[in-house]
Structure formats: structure tokens, C-alpha cells
Write a protein that binds this ligand. Structure first.
Ligand SMILES: Cc1cc2nc3c(=O)[nH]c(=O)nc-3n(C[C@H](O)[C@H](O)[C@H](O)COP(=O)(O)OP(=O)(O)OC[C@H]3O[C@@H](n4cnc5c(N)ncnc54)[C@H](O)[C@@H]3O)c2cc1C
Length: 414
């Protein structure tokens, strides 16, 4: 490798895997003394902290808190942002083709482009169902909910398809937003919700769904969707549910263009990697996050932000090791637990057999996620805003308590 010019590191995807790898790596002297040049390629102008996306629906959080712009996040770092979409990668020639037909060469590549929505073959699904994975999805859903809320209709019926965490969390938030006017249906093909989660998470989730009168349909197939109805089959009985809004949360899949990469993949299109996160036949390429699967270990690494976040620091350290001609180290996933938001100001946390739910879990979850936000500056801004808001609310509550106390006091006898 020519050492006169900076070593070119290309990171594709500015999500949990890519952005955090770039930020972590940019702290090393290799970048500070300009021996390495890091380029982050990402089509969007903002990062999205997906676990907190639900809170925008209920106004518990503001957009700037969970979707800061890359220009703000990368300020003061030496990471160059290319707001572009990658359309091809020539792994042999070590170059990346962008949508604008430009080509970038690299010495090391980090691939973390995440997954995309998977549509099932259900008539009407693509035409009438919304999804919930991005800010654009959120905006579409906000608009539809706003139209319904401002309509003359007395009862607003929303169906959420998919009984995974996304479906459960979304159902609870929508039910809380619509209040007594809303009826949410949660539809799951399998025989239970949240199949891969602990008993405590399952129990708290069912309790939260029931408290919000959410109609849970297990073992239920969606046959057809129209502009105002949903045909479902349950216990071999078909029925049409009148519905105002349908949201599809049932599944993700690999991005199509990845299947054209000349590297080993699973049948589902995940890129096979060594425990060090290096692609099987290309040691200079690291793949992580939702698109990667370990080829030779028994580690069951979930497709979650938690896993991608942990992999990012390993990827950055391994890049440094490779550049310094040291041996990259294997990644070990540590499952720290699960956290789900279960409606407005309520959550469940299950970690190392300790379970907490309700308001305390909500506050703890929020705090833990603030600590996971990218960059110290952004974390501090969000934390300050949260503390200020909490103090204002506490002040209002104390004033209200004081008023109640005096209101209840019997009048002084003269
Ligand atoms: C609503 C929602 C809630 C979630 N809640 C949780 C949770 O509570 N806990 C948890 O652990 N996980 C959660 N997840 C899952 C988590 O978001 C993903 O597992 C995680 O984001 C995966 O990280 P990644 O880096 O692989 O992909 P992503 O974070 O999805 O990042 C991929 C990036 O690549 C970019 N990209 C895509 N194609 C291209 C291209 N061609 N060229 C350049 N860039 C490209 C995308 O724009 C994106 O920014 C949630 C997901 C969603 C949608």
C-alpha cells in the first residue's frame, strides 16, 4: 500500500453500525494526524435513533433530539460526509460506485447499510399500508393520524400488522395518542407476540396492550387490504374489519443490490463475516449491523441497534489493528437486555433477570438511550433539555399539589 497518501477508509451507511464506527475511529491518532481519511457515504442528511422514533408520535420527544443532522454530528471531526447513495461495489477493484456515477476508491471499507422493509404478497398491502422505519414514514403516519383526529368520525380504527416489538410499541403509542376515540387492532400471524423476548417483557406488554383495549389477534392471517377494510382469517373463519389506517411492521429484508456483491452470503442475503467482522474473502472489508452474519461461530447476534452499536467499536479497533499490521480481534456480543416503550410515559426494561416497568422504566430507558446518542455534544444538549423539561413539569405538579391542598382546607371559622 502506498503510504505517502492518506489511507482511504470508506464507511457506507450512517446508521448504528456505520456512523458509530466512523465516530469511534475518528478519535484515533491515525485520523487526527491525517494518516487516514474517513469518508462516510449516506443518502440522508440526518441520523435516526430508531428506538426512540415512537416518542415523536406522542410528542414526548422532538425531532432534533433523535434525528440530528450529520453536519452537526460530524462538526469538529475529520470525517468527510458524502450525501449519496451507493449503487455498486467492486470488491476486487476496491471501489464504490455512487448514484451520481462517481467512483470512490478505498483501502478499507466498512459496510453497514442496514435492511429494508419486506412486503408480503397480500393484495392491497403496498397500496394502503404505511410502514414505520424512517422519519419519512413517521411524517406520513403523523399526517394520516392528524386527518383522522380532525375528521367527524367518532371511532378511529387502526390496524397494526406484526406482533414483534415494533408492532407492540407502535400499537401502545397510537392507542395513547387516540385515547378513547381510538380502537387499535394488533394482528400477528403466529401464536404469540414478542416470541424471542423474556417472560417479563411478554407479560408487561400484554398488560399494557389490554389496559389500552387493544384487540390482539393471534394466529391471524391478513388476506386482503382495501382503502377502508382488512380481510383477516382467524381459525379458518374469514372476516372483514372496517379500518381507517393500516400499518405494516412484519419483517425486513436485505437490500437487493447487496446480492450482486461478489462475496459469500446467506440465503437471506446477509453477508457472511469472520468473527472479526471481516468479509470471508476480503479482509479489508468489514460488514456489521443488520446486514452481517457470522459464518463460523455459534454466537447468535440479533439484528438490533444494541448489537450494531457494540460491533461499531470492535470494527473501529479492528480497522486500526489492520492498518498497524496487528491482528484484528473477534467480536463478542453481550446481550445487555431489552427495553420496550409501552405507551406514553411507560416502558419495560428486562436486564440480567432484573425487570422494571412503568414510569421508572420509562425514565431509565430514556436516560440509557440519551447516553447512547452519538457525540458528546448532542448527548449534553438532549440531556439538558430533558432535565429542564422535567424540572418545569415538576414545578407545575408541585404548584398544582399546593392548590389542591389549599382548596381542600375547610374555611376558617370566625
Ligand atoms: C422503529 C424501529 C425501532 C427500533 N427499536 C429498536 C430498539 O429499541 N432496540 C434495538 O436494539 N434496535 C431497534 N431497532 C433496530 C435497529 O434500528 C437496527 O437493528 C439498527 O439500526 C441496525 O443498524 P445498521 O447500522 O445495520 O443499519 P441502520 O441503522 O438501518 O443504518 C443503515 C444506514 O445505511 C444507509 N443506507 C442504506 N442504503 C444505502 C446505500 N445504498 N448507500 C449509502 N447508505 C445507505 C441508510 O440510510 C441508513 O442510514 C429498531 C428499528 C426500527 C425501524
Amino acid at each position: 500500500m502506498n503510504t505517502d497518501r492518506p489511507i482511504k477508509i470508506c464507511v457506507i451507511g450512517g446508521g448504528f453500525g456505520g456512523l458509530y464506527t466512523a465516530l469511534y475511529f475518528s478519535r484515533f491518532d491515525l485520523v487526527k494526524n491525517r494518516k487516514c481519511q474517513v469518508t462516510l457515504i449516506e443518502p440522508n442528511d440526518h441520523f435516526l435513533f430508531t428506538p426512540l422514533l415512537y416518542e415523536l408520535l406522542t410528542g414526548e420527544l422532538q425531532r432534533w433530539e433523535i434525528a440530528p443532522s450529520y453536519s452537526k454530528l460530524l462538526q469538529g471531526t475529520q470525517i468527510q460526509l458524502r450525501q449519496q447513495t451507493v449503487k455498486t461495489i467492486d470488491l476486487k477493484a476496491r471501489c464504490v460506485g455512487l448514484m451520481n456515477d462517481e467512483t470512490l476508491s478505498y483501502d478499507y471499507l466498512v459496510l453497514a447499510v442496514g435492511t429494508q422493509n419486506r412486503w408480503a404478497n397480500i393484495p392491497g398491502l403496498k397500496d394502503y399500508a404505511l410502514t414505520f422505519r424512517s422519519l419519512a414514514d413517521l411524517e406520513r403516519l403523523q399526517t394520516q393520524l392528524h386527518i383522522l383526529e380532525n375528521s367527524e368520525r367518532q371511532h378511529l380504527k387502526v390496524a397494526v400488522i406484526g406482533g414483534g416489538p415494533n408492532g407492540v410499541e407502535l400499537s401502545c403509542k397510537i392507542a395513547d395518542r387516540l385515547g378513547s376515540r381510538g380502537q387499535v387492532y394488533l394482528i400477528e400471524r403466529g401464536d404469540a407476540l414478542l416470541k424471542n423476548f423474556s417472560k417479563a417483557i411478554g407479560k408487561a406488554s400484554y398488560k399494557a396492550l389490554k389496559a389500552r383495549r387493544i384487540a390482539i389477534h393471534h394466529d391471524c392471517d391478513v388476506e386482503k387490504i382495501t382503502a377502508d377494510s382488512l380481510r383477516i382469517t382467524e381459525q379458518q373463519q374469514a372476516q372483514d374489519l372496517p379500518i381507517d389506517l393500516v400499518i405494516w411492521t412484519a419483517g425486513t429484508q436485505s437490500r437487493e443490490w447487496l446480492s450482486e456483491l461478489d462475496c459469500q452470503q446467506t440465503d437471506q442475503g446477509k453477508l457472511l463475516v469472520h468473527p472479526t467482522l471481516q468479509l470471508l474473502d476480503y479482509p479489508e472489508v468489514l460488514a456489521l449491523g443488520d446486514i452481517a452474519q457470522m459464518a463460523s461461530t455459534r454466537q447468535n447476534i440479533p439484528a438490533t441497534a444494541q448489537a450494531a452499536f457494540q460491533q461499531a467499536s470492535c470494527a473501529a479497533k479492528n480497522l486500526k489493528a489492520m492498518i498497524k499490521r496487528n491482528r484484528p480481534k473477534p467480536f463478542f456480543y453481550l446481550h445487555l437486555g431489552d427495553m420496550l416503550t409501552l405507551g406514553k410515559r411507560s416502558a419495560i426494561i428486562s436486564s440480567f433477570s432484573i425487570n422494571i416497568d412503568g414510569r421508572i422504566a420509562d425514565i431509565s430507558r430514556r436516560f440509557i438511550y440519551i447516553l447512547r446518542l452519538p457525540t458528546q455534544r448532542h448527548k449534553t444538549q438532549v440531556l439538558k433539555h430533558w432535565v429542564k423539561n422535567t424540572l418545569i413539569k415538576l414545578g407545575r405538579w408541585l404548584r398544582w399539589q399546593k392548590q389542591q391542598l389549599f382548596a381542600e382546607k375547610p374555611a376558617k371559622p370566625y
